[in-house]
Ligand binder design. Structure first.
Ligand SMILES: CC(C)(COP(=O)(O)OP(=O)(O)OC[C@H]1O[C@@H](n2cnc3c(N)ncnc32)[C@H](O)[C@@H]1OP(=O)(O)O)[C@@H](O)C(=O)NCCC(=O)NCCS
Length: 107
């Protein structure tokens, strides 16, 4: 979701923005993407998404976000594997990920 200004953490403003964001996308009457909860043990530790790329034939964009306390333990890599399997099963032929040059874990 886009950044929310103000203090760090799950402030009431950020929680409301989080709900608005997902209700306008994966939970919309006409969903623009599919969002998955990433569950480790009994805990939701992150989210992942697959979004069809506009005007591109059978292409999807993937996104993964893992909570800071669960990063670096192999979860993000495993989730990407699941997203690839899911995209293939859904008939996608290409998968894109956008990131910045300094985002080493994604690269
Ligand atoms: C990117 C992200 C999903 C990776 O999840 P993760 O669970 O921390 O990743 P993993 O532990 O599975 O590690 C994945 C790879 O990155 C490497 N890595 C992990 N943390 C790293 C770090 N801080 N610096 C450099 N490399 C790192 C791992 O060694 C692994 O490499 P390998 O596949 O060659 O073994 C997670 O860092 C995150 O949520 N970041 C913020 C959101 C974001 O930037 N999302 C990407 C936009 S799509």
């Amino acid at each position: 979701m886009p950044p929310v200004t103000g203090p760090a953490g799950w402030t009431s403003e950020r929680k409301a923005a989080f709900l608005r964001f997902h209700r306008s996308r994966a939970l919309a009457a006409r969903p623009v993407e599919t969002t998955f909860a990433v569950v480790v043990g009994a805990r939701v530790v992150g989210a992942a998404r697959l979004c069809p790329v506009k005007d591109a034939d059978r292409a999807v964009e993937a996104g993964v976000w893992i909570g800071r306390s669960h990063r670096g333990a192999g979860v993000g890599g495993a989730v990407l594997g699941h997203l690839l399997d899911r995209a293939r099963a859904d008939g996608s032929a290409k998968l894109f990920i956008s990131t910045t040059p300094d985002n080493e874990p994604v690269l």
